[in-house]
Write a protein that binds this ligand. Sequence first.
Ligand SMILES: [Zn+2]
Length: 197
Amino acid sequence: MSLEDILESWRETAFAEWRPVTGLAVIGLALSVVYIVWQHYFTSDRWVFLLDNANLAIHEAGHPILGMLVPGLAVYGGTIFQLLFPAMFAGHFWRQRHGLGWSVALVWFGESLLNVGRYMADARAHELPLVGGGDHDWTEIFSRWGVLTWDTHIAGMIRLIGLCVMLAALFRAWKRWRSARVSAKERLIRGSGGGNS
Ligand SMILES: [Zn+2]
């Protein structure tokens, strides 16, 4: 397959129709976002059960895997993997034109950013329990970059970006539900117009 073929198939996908999102799914997604925001901004644990457990498992797998490929980058592997996974799901659903799957994957991506921010903010404080008792990723990374004293500021920015990604994903799901409703209504009007009148 040549590069042109790949670009052409991407173009075709980009203009293809998205599958509609149901109202119930939008409500479910909205409640999930509310729950995630509550856990991350209004509780001291800042932990979403199951989702952050999954993030942690993927994160821990990322260190040795990236470390095998490029030893110097092992410390970044955890964060890269826990963001790469939801991004790959989002890419898959984008190709499938699956509106709900795409939004769910992006909410996960945004939540994973909140989880990364939680860890970043701890770079100097060292209050979080570390899995395996190893080194603190962000103490190491921020020290390498010479920005350790900025840890809470950078964490705040990353958390804000995560929040925006989640809200944008929810907004898109709502828009897809609405446009599906509008086109259903239009079909109904056209149908009755062409009928017995
Ligand atoms: Zn780590």
